[in-house]
Design a binder for this molecule. Structure first.
Ligand code: NCD
Ligand code: ZN
Length: 347
């Protein structure tokens, strides 16, 4: 049987939620990944180091027993940037050694982003403090103006926000999260060494037709929204190129089935159940399996200044059926590619 062994990968963009449901999703990520950058967009956002440490503790308590005991999964915490944050909070975050980045959500851009930033200039002093502290900024790179076409929001964000920001604070390290367009890929490639990007499985595997295949597909709806095929191809080329500026971040974002299958469904795709297998498919399809380990296990750690992982995972080329649904507290979630065949299986 064909097998593939990789240094244990890291997921550099993950939503774990909180409360009862966390335990159900956390085990999926902890089985595959050594570490994950944990997004702070809880119902009550994680805006202080104190909250980040409490959230970290609850993640550790909800790990499967064997993984907790062996310390095999490390949550890397982030803060949610608000206009009320202080420079002291940035310094405290850095000194904690548990907070690895600060996340910028434009107000209203996505799930739980109401406390986000209304104008980037309002947080420039905080961003300068982050540059001084060498604490990276993670950006949800979409403008929110209702008059900008939803498919153009990432490209306009580059022009209006990201490019001026990089000119004004050149020392700030930035991760352009979940890039979806050729514009974003080109911008990251041409940008300074301070700029990197994460890439999700859905933006590698699907184009926007998947939202409307035979009818409306709420489980393919995420933000940034899926883009046209030419953009998907550019994202695949970036991921499989071996360029260390592009690394793995699933953006796995679980929502209860009823919240997705609704007249106003939530954005977010749950990919954590078989995330690494999905990426393997993409790299195999491109005949670039030799490029996967850098993307999945090395480049993200390097950007964040973290040591390499010790262990490894092994995948077998072995078909299996992805479940139709998975438990999510009292509800259920529909995983990415529910009911379909997966070509690889982690041992
Ligand atoms: C994320 C969520 O549900 O928290 N949703 C998504 O579609 N990606 C938020 C986000 O990262 O935009
Ligand atoms: Zn996200």
């Amino acid at each position: 049987m064909e097998t593939l062994t990789l240094t244990k990968p890291d997921d550099m963009h993950l939503h774990l939620r909180e409360g009862d449901v966390m335990r159900d999703v956390l085990a999926d990520s902890a089985r595959q990944f050594a570490r994950a950058i944990i997004m702070p967009n809880l119902n009550s956002p994680v805006v202080s180091t104190g909250q980040a440490l409490a959230y970290r503790q609850s993640i550790i308590e909800n790990l499967p027993e064997d993984i907790r005991a062996s310390g095999a999964f490390e949550p890397l915490m982030t803060l949610y940037l608000t206009e009320k944050m202080t420079r002291d909070e940035i310094i405290k975050a850095k000194e904690s050694a548990f907070v690895h980045a600060v996340k910028y959500y434009p107000a209203g851009a996505t799930t739980n982003s109401d406390s986000g930033v209304t104008a980037i200039e309002n947080v420039y002093p905080l961003l300068e403090a982050m540059a001084e502290q060498n604490l990276p900024l993670l950006v949800h790179g979409e403008v929110t103006d209702a008059d900008v076409d939803i498919f153009d929001r990432e490209a306009i964000f580059i022009e209006k926000i990201l490019s001026p920001l990089m000119d004004n604070i050149p020392d700030l390290r930035i991760v352009f999260e979940h890039v979806t367009t050729k514009d974003a890929v080109d911008f990251v490639k041409q940008g300074s060494e301070k700029l990197a990007a994460t890439i999700t499985p859905q933006h590698l595997l699907l184009n926007r037709n998947a939202l409307f295949a035979g009818g409306l597909r709420p489980h393919h709806y995420c933000l940034p929204v899926l883009k046209a095929e030419e953009h998907r191809r550019a994202v695949v080329d970036a991921a499989t190129s071996g360029n260390p500026k592009f690394f793995l971040g699933t953006d796995s974002a679980p929502h209860a089935r009823a919240a997705k299958e609704s007249a106003c469904g939530c954005a977010g795709i749950y990919s954590a159940h078989n995330a690494i297998e999905l990426y393997v498919e993409v790299f195999e399809e491109k005949d670039c399996l030799d490029k996967l380990e850098g993307f999945a296990s090395r480049y993200g750690a390097k950007f964040y200044g973290l040591p390499g992982n010790e262990g490894s995972i092994t995948l077998e080329k072995n078909q299996w059926q992805i479940p139709d649904s998975l438990p999510f507290g009292e509800s259920e979630i529909i995983p990415f590619r529910a009911g379909e065949t997966c070509q690889w299986k982690m041992r």
